[in-house]
Structure formats: structure tokens, C-alpha cells
Design a protein around this ligand. Structure first.
Ligand code: MN
Ligand code: MN
Length: 418
């Protein structure tokens, strides 16, 4: 494998040094003078090589993945894929809605986080449940009533709308119900790559698998109280819409009160963390959302905008593309680099400390979410690094001139153009 990589590097270097003008001239010579010894191309992009005869999946899939079909010449080696589309995930359909997940079983590099898309129709309830991993969520469409209870019996009930977030700490039981005329759709991200949405602790299953006499003893009531407990999980089911929020809050908060730090967060009420001509970013982590142990960034790139070259020293990054089109190159140690294309409904993943950029390649805004299994957001950008290293030293490496280096912004730009 290392031999392969070296050969790739050598041929690429030859090509880059030769320059395209020389290659055009060489090709001309070749056709005009048949007797002369043939000059074989060292370039991998010779035109004739840039066709794809024979069977192919379909032109649409190739069209959505131009950087896989024909990688940029700066790509090298074959890193495992860091993209998975929710379109390829199995959809579990229930009477009150549906759900599908992308986990480490689908996308093998995504070891520390997994994601779920869920749709609840009006009145559709994601059954009262909990799981070991923390749950971070983003409402993508519509509205929902969410509930939870913490370790001290303190209650949480809130209504959330498209664009709002929530965080349920690991082990804290909760529920979600679709509101309004058409319910909702949302994204869930879990701090565990091996998470399984179909294997959570459910209220109905626990009750059903506990002897009825024990339930009776537990609550000091007759056994017949539990005659109607379902014999099978409900998981996602439809019922009437909930009662008014104020009424339900009053009821659940009696005696022990509400949670000290709300589990809901409303990004629409915060100012962007950074705005530039190329777009804006909102960073939501424990600094502004005290309940969370998962950091996130909501990024909007305008057409032509670039989420600048950077890496995250403290955690892997799990991405969800909300809308638009973009591409991302992830550079790995050992001279490896791979570029993949993304659009709405795609998941991306980057290992801790691996540098990357995201570029809007479409003609509308690109909106995506970065999620990190850590309470605090951290990054280091290429520009920051170079701007705060002695210019002499940097110039001795990359020969860009100290004038250029002196002009690099001292403060992180995040999204270019500034
Ligand atoms: Mn959950
Ligand atoms: Mn990043």
C-alpha cells in the first residue's frame, strides 16, 4: 500500500512540475511525428482517461459525487469514506411517524457519534424512554412538545419549533410529540457511534416485563391497575395533541420544581458567533447552553463561501447537511487527502485533529451542522496557525513571501471571504 502511495505521489509531482503547456506541446508532437518514439503520458488526467465506459451505477449518483468520480489532483490515497446519506438508511415506519439512523454500522469511521432522523405526525409520540448516551437534537421542520425528568425528580416540558435545539443528558428519561397540523421532523445526534434507536429503554416494555404483583407492591395499588399495560412496545404511536403547555408545566413541576438548566436552546435568540461576507456561524456549547455536554456549530455558507481550513484538537466532528451543496476535503497524516461531496440529508464525519475545509459548490446557501461529543467547541485554523508563527519560519517552509504572511488576519476568520 505504501508503494502505491509513493507511485501516486511521484506521478503527481511530475505532472505538477511539467505544467499543462508542456503537456499540450508533447501531445502535439506525438500525433504529428509518428516515426518518433512515442511519448507516454505521465499525467493521470489525459482526456482519454477521463471517460467512464461500461457499466455505472447511474449518472445521477455520479453527478452528486463529482469529487469521487473525478477527484481533484490534490487528492491522494484511499481513505475510507466519511460520508453516508440518510437516503440509504433503513426506514422504520410506525403509525405515528418514522425513523432511520446512521451509525458506526453504516459509516465505520463514525465511532464516537451516531445520528437519527425522525418524523412524527400531528399527535405522534416517540414513546417515553431513555438511553445511556446523551441526545442532542435539532428541529428541522414543524414543532414538538418535549418532556424530561432529571435525577432529582425535577421536570422539564417545552415546545420547540424548527431551528430550536435540545439536549437530554445520558440516562435522563424523555419523550417527543409532534404538534400542529403536520407534526415535525428532527435530527438526533448521540454521543455513541454504536447507538441504536431501536434498542432504547422503553416505559411500556419495562412495565410489561415486570411481574404485575411487583408493580402492585411498588405503587401500593391493586394488580388490576396494570391490566391495560401494552404487551408490546409502542415506540412511535399517535394520540390526541397535548394539553396547553402552561397546564402541563404546572402539573409536572409540583413539589420538586423544574430542571435548573433548561434542556432546550433557541439559536434564533442568539447573535451569530461570527459573521463574514461568506456566511455566518452560531456556536452552541456549554458556554451559552449550560445543560449540554455536546458542542455544536450551525454554519451557513453563501454561494462561494468557504469554511476555512481548520481542525478540532479536542473531538471528532459529526456533520449533518441541512440544505445546499458543498464539498469537503479531509487531509490525513501520511500525505493522504480525499474530497467528497455533500447535500441535504447527508452525514459527514471527521476524526479528531484531521484538517478539513467545507466549500459551498452550489448556487444557494449551504447550511450544515457540526456536532462534537464534548462540552466545549474548539478549533485551530490554518490562518491562525500561520499568522502567529514567526513569518521567517513559515516562509522558509512554503515560500509564500513574508508580505503575504503579514497580511493574514490575526483573529480567526472562520468563514471566507471575510
Ligand atoms: Mn431519545
Ligand atoms: Mn470542522
Amino acid at each position: 500500500m505504501s508503494e502505491d502511495r509513493d507511485q501516486t505521489k511521484v506521478s503527481r509531482r511530475k505532472f505538477l512540475e511539467a505544467g499543462s503547456a508542456v503537456l499540450v506541446a508533447a501531445a502535439g508532437m506525438q500525433t504529428a511525428q509518428g516515426q518518433q518514439s512515442k511519448i507516454y503520458p505521465t499525467d493521470t488526467h489525459t482526456g482519454i482517461n477521463e471517460s467512464q465506459p461500461g457499466p455505472k451505477n447511474n449518472t445521477e449518483l455520479d453527478g452528486e459525487n463529482p469529487d469521487s468520480a473525478w477527484p481533484p489532483e490534490t487528492d491522494a490515497g484511499g481513505q475510507p469514506p466519511f460520508k453516508y446519506s440518510f437516503s440509504l438508511a433503513h426506514k422504520r415506519i410506525e403509525a405515528g411517524g418514522w425513523t432511520r439512523q446512521v451509525t458506526v454500522r453504516d459509516l465505520p469511521i463514525s465511532k464516537t457519534m451516531a445520528g437519527v432522523e425522525m418524523r412524527l405526525i400531528s399527535g405522534g409520540i416517540r414513546e417515553l424512554h431513555w438511553h445511556v448516551a446523551s441526545e442532542w437534537a435539532l428541529m428541522l421542520y414543524g414543532s414538538a412538545r418535549i418532556t424530561a425528568v432529571d435525577q432529582r425528580g425535577r421536570a422539564f416540558v417545552e415546545d420547540v419549533n424548527a431551528g430550536d435545539l435540545w439536549l437530554f443528558p445520558g440516562g435522563v428519561p424523555h419523550s417527543i410529540q409532534g404538534l400542529g397540523e403536520d407534526g415535525c421532523k428532527f435530527l438526533l445526534v448521540f454521543k455513541d457511534g454504536n447507538f441504536n434507536e431501536f434498542g432504547t429503554f422503553l416505559l411500556t416494555e419495562w412495565m410489561h416485563h415486570t411481574p404485575k404483583e411487583v408493580l402492585a407492591k411498588n405503587f401500593d395499588v391493586p394488580e388490576s391497575t396494570f391490566d391495560k399495560v401494552p404487551k408490546k412496545e409502542l415506540f412511535i404511536f399517535q394520540r390526541e395533541l397535548p394539553r396547553p403547555l402552561a397546564e402541563e408545566k404546572r402539573q409536572v413541576e409540583s413539589v420538586t420544581g423544574g430542571v435548573p438548566n433548561t434542556f432546550a436552546f433557541f439559536p434564533s435568540q442568539m447573535r451569530p458567533s461570527k459573521v463574514s461576507k461568506g456566511g455566518e456561524v452560531k456556536i452552541v456549547d456549554r458556554k451559552n447552553f449550560p445543560a449540554t455536554d455536546i458542542a455544536s456549530a450551525i454554519v451557513t455558507l453563501k454561494p462561494g463561501g468557504l469554511r476555512e481550513l481548520h481542525w478540532h484538537p479536542n473531538a471528532d466532528e459529526w456533520q449533518y447537511y441541512v440544505k445546499g451543496k458543498g464539498r469537503m476535503t479531509v487531509f490525513a497524516a501520511g500525505g493522504l487527502a480525499r474530497t467528497m461531496d455533500f447535500e441535504g440529508g447527508d452525514v459527514g464525519y471527521i476524526d479528531i485533529s484531521m484538517p478539513h475545509y467545507i466549500e459551498n459548490t452550489g448556487d444557494e446557501d449551504l447550511v450544515f451542522i457540526e456536532v462534537f461529543p464534548t462540552p466545549f467547541y474548539e478549533d485551530i485554523s490554518l490562518a491562525e496557525w500561520l499568522a502567529h508563527t514567526p513569518a521567517r519560519l513559515v516562509d522558509e517552509h512554503i515560500q509564500v513571501g513574508e508580505d503575504f504572511l503579514a497580511k493574514i488576519q490575526k483573529k480567526e476568520v472562520v468563514i471566507t471571504p471575510e
